[in-house]
Design a protein around this ligand. Sequence first.
Ligand code: FAD
Ligand code: NA7
Length: 445
Amino acid sequence: MTRTAVIGAGPCGLAQLHAFEQARQGGVDIGEVVCFEKQSDWGGLWNYTWRTGLDAHGDPVHGSMYRYLWSNGPKECLEFADYSFDEHFGGPIPSFPPREVLYDYIVGRAKKSNVRQFIQFDTAVREISYEADTFSVTVESWENGPGVLRTETFDHVIVATGHFSMPYVPEYPGFESFPGRILHSHDFRDAVEFAGKNLLILGSSYSAEDIALQSLKYGAASITIAYRNAPMGFGWPEGITEVPALRHLEGRTAHFADGTRRDVDAIILCTGYQHHFPFIDPDLRLVTANNLYPAGLYKGVVSTANPKLLYLGMQDQYYTFNMFDAQAFVARDVVLGRLPLPTAEAMADDVDAWLTMYAAVDTVMEQIDFQTAYVRDLMALTDYPAFDLDMVRRHFVTWEHDKDESITGYRDKSFASPCTGTVGPIPSSTWWEELDDSLARFLAR
Ligand code: FAD
Ligand code: NA7
């Protein structure tokens, strides 16, 4: 019997188990599938934790999500093609749900497809190596006590451990004597902590944008965002300003590249994350920056270093859950031999062709088109159910325009489902006014 290891039970790992279970229920012999998850529950980043630093077992905390996090894109752009929001919630819900609602949705499908049977929780993968056509996977299960390792062998390994957990933490002159808190967005949990404070935020991407907005929403006195290359340039509400790069700090005074200065009480480094796989043999390890087409992955999934090793969700993401699904169906069919792989040379050529296309991508709209083309390519390879991909692309374009029109108002817009056609209702309170992010409140809005 073939054995497949899936590492991680976040959205990607769950998508993979779902794909296998679909095939199994269709009468296909899937061999033995084992998922190792180091946390005690599923959902990955969406499984919120208040913890920062180390977890109860002394392992780095995986979670980077915070309280009051709302979907940063329309839910219709990530909808599972085979499990609609309508099905889960029994009717239409607004287009931008908070974290707890999306968690409920992810878990809803995982329960429906009964994938918990595959998962060993509280089990961290410590080492993966490959010899004589076989992977050795060494794990540490908390139930056996710390330091007790066990090694199992597998024919295929699918890595679904995410890449937004190991922070990239730059240092600037004066940090060592700054008299306030300096933290990375990975450790940001509760905006209320910064009520009344003057915040400095570094970065100009999703984390900087969202943490700035929600810190203001929950009472920060002022927010200064320092960009490295280019400002985000949104029409920020009063209280948020963007300035050029930080040069240094003198006490609590931050000095910027344009010669201006600001006194600040705390600094949040929204400076991104690193792909981090310390548990994989260096010869097999994916090495990439955060981009839309990591080199070394055929179809963005199959390792060209060893095609029995597969990675999910390693791209930077406009598309999320539906792209993970499409990847998981590809990975499953490669493992089951239903999707024969071409020669190593042909795989390398295919990767090169995508990298050439990616090199020509410049604008945000071109990035959206590029990832749409990638998802379309994936979907042509398997029986993942069709959905209106052109509609999703249009939604992303509209969403970008909405953000440019109103960075505090774009989450009040509504979109149509590419799976059911249902249009999300407009919520009765605006995102900017609404301080309660609970599932109960959201469904009552
Ligand atoms: P993860 O969710 O990170 O899950 C990986 C899993 O692997 C975890 O459960 C972890 O415990 C486990 N794991 C890691 N290492 C090991 C190991 N060695 N052994 C065993 N298990 C291990 N996406 C959206 O669609 N909408 C949003 O609004 C959105 N907001 C975001 C906000 C933040 C702050 C961040 C960081 C990301 C956000 N994302 C959002 C993107 C997010 O990447 C995806 O939604 C999704 O969580 C990725 O799923 P994943 O399974 O690849 O990784
Ligand atoms: P991203 O999207 O990888 O962005 C990282 C940002 O950090 C980016 O704007 C970088 O600037 C900036 N950066 C990196 N180093 C520095 C230094 N030294 N100084 C200032 N700024 C720096 O990470 P995010 O956390 O925003 O988003 C990750 C995910 O979380 C995403 O999927 C969301 O859904 C939530 P640059 O633009 O290159 O100048």
